[in-house]
Design a protein around this ligand. Structure first.
Ligand code: ADP
Ligand code: MG
Length: 578
């Protein structure tokens, strides 16, 4: 687990909060009226299940409507182990129930590797319905014989059991907190925002999705196991599909990837039906209330937790933008240092062709990027530049031609595999997940151990906001620079930059160019730069390739190419060159 700057101090905070929560929980367990204590246990059990939904839905962005099916697995295992009086005692059974549910979660997650959105929702809801039918038929172990689940001795009365539930919740919450901070957590948020961007940093989309399902289902299982201990005799009525749906709604409207919001969701789960009961309204109307709140949350595209936090961040810190000005003094106004242009080729592309239906986006394109060179790729809109980057980075399996990295063919390599071999890229569209901090994002993209000073240095070099800044508060143009920084920190062999300076002012463009010129020597990387600003191209690129209608119009040293009449005519318009 890497916690980055101030690691130990930052790690202490959630542990202290957890300890405080245990203290408060103990106080409540002895101080509250016994009826409220019983309801409180239900709220905690629900909070654990919602915490799990926060991972799969809130963080990883997948719709899973079978959380209580996982809970039923946990309850089934606990009551089964209780029936045979298995060793380990209640807490051991609870862990076993969680793990069993986690394993089921991985199986349920497999369709999620192919399905998205509504289709995944239908599959998971279908599963919940099927499991419900099966459970009603088969019954839970011990329910027909009337064998109550034995609670641990120290927590055998309702007050004690409430406190046990608090302890379990605190353990789960702290674990989830650290998982969210770590590589898995960044992976979850990255797949939620863009699967392509996730693959492009060499991370496995499948692993991210399956770990989210596994963690979520494990929490569901633990929650169900606690239900078994709470009620003693378990029945299918505690785990119906409609309850799974309502729980999902609570999770999205509260923003359950945030731990305090999951707890709030658990409280609402109990308070709403209880209030309805007191007002003499049938409790089933609770589902209607949750439904209305859920529709509201979905249509507004926001949730309570995120809205509250964004308000707080903006108030306290404002919007972060860059401070990219001027040039590093030693290089200011220096001409492009003519690098050994006969350097060994690192990336070679030959005969690259891509068709989209009728559109021939690329036709037999050749390109070479030499060691430590910055090669410009220019051409009018629609010329095929981004298609070229997509093809080289492995996102267009239909591409024809050969691509080699360090002399080895990349044929058949997935985007993630190419990224792991040192071929990295940025995207023309924003693919930086806003829910991460700059630091968490950089660590996720770099996929290697980074010291806080190393991070701070590179951020400073590109004039990016400090590591603790939330990407949600960073301006769009600056986010693209953060993306470049992350890719550079991965120490790639070749970096393909698709209009990295779009959205910057002309002065910032020039300042960015000054940095870019130092990139090959500073980071030991070769760069392919797609860029519209010719001043930037002139000041940075040794060689230039011009694309037009998917074909190479000219290629070679920049002076030659920029003076080529065909290039002037087709691309820039002659006046711009004067
Ligand atoms: P550039 O980046 O140079 O502006 P692109 O590579 O984005 O150009 O696009 C090249 C051509 O390929 C354009 O005609 C575009 O419409 C087409 N194209 C790009 N991507 C797709 C796609 N996924 N499906 C169909 N056509 C596409
Ligand atoms: Mg493009």
């Amino acid at each position: 687990m890497r916690l980055g700057s101030g690691g130990p101090a930052r790690a202490a905070v959630p542990l202290l909060v957890g300890l405080a929560a245990v203290g408060v929980g103990y106080g409540l367990s002895v101080g509250l009226p016994s009826y409220i204590v019983y309801l409180g246990t239900s709220a905690i059990v629900a909070a654990i299940a919602i915490l799990g939904l926060g991972v799969v839905t809130g963080s990883a962005g997948m719709i899973a409507l079978c959380q209580l099916t996982f809970a039923a697995v946990g309850a089934w295992v606990v009551s089964g182990l209780n029936l045979i009086n298995a060793p380990g005692g209640f807490v051991g059974w609870l862990v076993a129930g969680g793990l069993a549910a986690g394993a089921v979660g991985v199986v349920v997650g497999l369709p999620a590797l192919r399905l998205r959105g509504v289709n995944l929702a239908v599959v998971t809801l279908g599963l919940a319905a099927a499991a419900d039918l099966a459970l009603v038929q088969t019954q839970f172990p011990g329910s027909t014989s009337g064998t109550f689940v034995t609670r641990p001795d120290a927590f055998s009365d309702d007050r004690g059991y409430f406190f046990l539930a608090v302890l379990v919740l605190v353990v789960c919450a702290v674990l989830v907190y650290f998982l969210q901070l770590g590589r898995w957590g960044s992976g979850w948020r990255s797949v939620a925002f863009s699967e392509r961007a996730t693959a492009s940093v060499g991370a496995s989309v499948s692993v991210s999705k399956l770990t989210a399902f596994a963690v979520s289902a494990t929490l569901g299982g633990v929650s169900g196991g606690l239900v078994a201990g709470q009620v003693g005799l378990v029945f299918a009525a505690s785990f119906t599909p409609i309850q799974s749906l309502a729980l999902y709604v609570l999770a999205i409207m509260s923003g359950a990837h945030l731990i305090d919001m999951a707890v709030l969701g658990g409280i609402l789960w109990v308070v709403v039906p209880e209030l309805l009961k007191r007002w003499g309204i049938p409790q089933d109307w609770g589902f209607v209330v949750f439904g209305v709140l859920g529709v509201q949350a979905l249509t507004s595209g926001s949730n309570l937790g995120t809205a509250l936090r964004e308000l707080w961040w903006r108030r306290s810190r404002g919007t972060a933008s860059m401070t990219l000005q001027g040039a590093a003094p030693e290089l200011a106004a220096a001409p492009v240092a003519p690098r050994a242009s006969g350097g060994r080729p690192v990336l070679t592309v030959s005969g690259l062709s891509v068709t989209f239906g009728e559109v021939k986006a690329l036709r037999g394109v050749d390109l070479e990027v030499a060691e430590h060179a910055v090669v410009g790729l220019i051409g009018p809109n629609g010329a095929g530049k981004s298609t070229m980057v997509d093809a080289i980075s492995g996102f267009l399996p239909q591409a024809e031609g050969t691509i080699t990295l360090d002399g080895q063919s990349l044929a058949g390599h997935s985007p993630a595999r190419r990224a792991r071999r040192g071929l990295r890229r940025t995207f023309q569209q924003n693919r930086v997940p806003p829910s991460l901090t700059v630091e968490a994002y950089l660590r996720f993209v770099a996929r290697r151990r980074l010291s806080p000073t190393e991070i701070a240095d590179v951020l400073d070099f590109f004039g990016c906001p400090p590591a603790h800044t939330r990407l949600a508060t960073v301006e769009a143009g600056t986010r693209r620079l953060v993306e470049v920084v992350g890719q550079l920190l991965s120490r790639p062999r070749v970096l393909l930059l698709d209009e990295p300076a779009a959205g910057l002012s002309h002065e910032e463009h020039v300042a960015f160019g000054e940095r870019l010129r130092q990139v090959p020597d500073r980071f030991g990387v070769s760069v392919l730069l797609i860029e519209h600003d010719l001043d930037l191209v002139r000041s940075v690129c040794d060689t230039i390739t011009v694309l037009d209608f998917g074909e190479v119009l000219a290629s070679g040293p920049q002076q030659e190419v920029l003076a080529n009449p065909a290039v002037l005519k087709a691309y820039m318009g002659e006046t711009e060159m004067l």
